[in-house]
Design a protein. Structure first.
Length: 198
């Protein structure tokens, strides 16, 4: 197997989470540099008031997926193109799987809502480019980044993991941070019910 996914969970009150980790001005500047800015419905600029959107939720339950790559996979990606394509294939496969599992968790926790990592990849070409409505609003979820949350600080503080990046080779691991907005804590049994607990 090219990689092994290790799941970790944590939770925090929404007010504390926003106070500690949200800096919309700072992170919107980064989002504007991304090719997905104003190109995907999941990404900024968002078409609604962020404060109103987050207000109903007392808590955020966080899920960190640490994607550990095996040495053979890292060694085999020996060109810039291979690093880019292998890295993208692994991360996007794990991301899609996490999104499906979190949608299942939503059905078990009334009033909850999942947040993803990075922009939506459900469609090959997003309808936002043409101004048409989202094709899959029942599955599309906004990214934590879109709300201006500091994923590096969240990963360091709440999961004690340093984010690594692709440079001259694939990193030893990738990390994805997803969330579930709710009014209570997701139990270990519920995480386990969708296969998202060690």
């Amino acid at each position: 197997m090219a990689y092994r996914v290790e799941y970790r969970t944590n939770y925090i009150g929404m007010a504390q989470f926003r106070e500690k980790y949200q800096d919309r001005k700072k992170f919107m500047a980064f989002c504007r540099e991304c090719p997905r800015y104003d190109d995907r419905w999941s990404c900024p600029p968002l078409s609604f008031d962020v404060d109103e959107f987050l207000a109903p939720y007392a808590q955020i339950n966080l899920l960190c997926a640490k994607i550990n790559l095996d040495e053979a996979t890292i060694r085999a990606a020996d060109t810039a193109e291979k690093i880019r394509t292998v890295g993208w294939d692994i991360v996007s496969t794990v991301k899609r799987d996490l999104e499906e599992r979190l949608l299942k968790l939503e059905t078990q926790i009334p009033g909850s809502l999942a947040l993803a990592s990075g922009g939506c990849t459900l469609c090959e070409s997003c309808t936002r480019k043409t101004g048409a409505p989202c094709r899959q609003p029942d599955k599309m979820r906004y990214s934590l980044d879109a709300f201006g949350f500091d994923l590096t600080a969240i990963t360091n503080d709440m999961f004690h993991i340093e984010i690594l990046w692709c440079r001259d080779s694939l990193p030893k691991y990738f990390t994805l941070i997803h969330g579930l907005l709710a009014n209570g804590t997701v139990s270990v049994d519920l995480w386990k019910s969708v296969g998202l607990s060690e």
